[in-house]
Design a protein around this ligand. Structure first.
Ligand code: FE2
Ligand code: FE2
Length: 279
């Protein structure tokens, strides 16, 4: 039987932004009606869980109310980001503990017919937290026990934009060092696809090393052209993955009529003024 998986992402939930909540409610109604076998939120589930426990709690309740099986991995707005110079909310032990208290583990391994689904926490990969190494060990174990299953990986940030050997350090992708560690572990297993959020754009493309990287769009907002380059499609919606027991799959973006395509560039009251791209 085909397993229907709904990948939702970047819901940025909080009781302080009714517009994002309204988009989530519309998405939730759709999911309650279509009843996928599993919902995975690929991060930024909350508006500002990195500093506000109440946003994590709010997001959790909203997801519980789906009445569906669901999993989530954290994004930068949930537990912070790579501890690079100038990072306002670095991922740290306190933030990770807060996620775990409200939303449970920050990684997962879930077997469904013919498939192993692996959820990773991209937000701690550049930190010195012991959990970063524990995650690598978890991944090694998860990849070695697949017994012929196809593998799909879910994470917040994409591994890279176009090529695994990119050296530029950006806000948008996993940093180069942890990327290479992850790729070295993943490549021998040839994952069917790696699905992420974070970019707030939809894209389904083969990238270097023969990996297929699927960017899930946000359900809440896009980042306007003045503030972010277009590398995929700036749409709001979610992604449906149909996973067949023989390892075959189909993926499509579902743009729900009625979802408002908010532009965070026009909403400085939420995260402050966005940094404009150089002209
Ligand atoms: Fe996001
Ligand atoms: Fe993000």
């Amino acid at each position: 039987m085909t397993f229907r998986l709904a990948q939702i992402s970047d819901t940025h939930l909080s009781d302080r932004v009714p517009g994002f909540r309204a988009n989530f409610d519309l998405l939730a109604d759709h999911l309650r009606a279509s009843r996928p076998n599993l919902v995975i939120n690929t991060g930024d589930i909350s508006l500002d869980g990195a500093d506000r426990a109440e946003d994590l709690a709010f997001a959790r309740v909203a997801h519980e109310e789906l009445g569906l099986d669901w999993l989530a991995v954290p994004g930068n707005h949930d537990i912070g980001d790579d501890p690079l110079p100038g990072c306002r909310q670095p991922a740290n032990a306190e933030r990770l503990a807060r996620w775990r208290a409200h939303l449970g583990p920050d990684t997962f391994v879930r077997d469904v017919p013919g498939w192993r689904l692996i959820g990773l926490d991209t937000q701690i990969t550049s930190t010195t937290l012991p959990e970063a190494e524990e995650q690598m060990e978890m991944l090694v174990e998860a990849l070695h026990g697949t017994s012929g299953r196809a593998v799909a990986v879910f994470m917040h940030k994409p591994l890279c934009q176009e090529r695994m050997d990119e050296t530029e350090s950006t806000y948008w992708c996993v940093q180069s060092r942890p990327r290479h560690r992850l790729v070295d572990l993943l490549l021998p297993q040839r994952p069917a696809f790696i699905a992420n959020g974070h970019v707030h754009q939809w894209r389904d493309r083969g990238i270097s090393e023969g990996l297929r990287q699927i960017w899930g769009p946000s359900a809440a907002f896009i980042v306007g052209d003045a503030y972010q380059e277009t590398a995929g499609e700036k749409a709001v919606g979610y992604v449906e993955h149909l996973l067949h027991p023989d390892g075959g799959f189909e993926t499509r973006m579902v743009p729900l009529p009625g979802l408002v395509r908010h532009d965070i560039g026009e909403m400085p009251e939420i995260y402050g003024p966005q940094k404009r791209l150089a002209a």
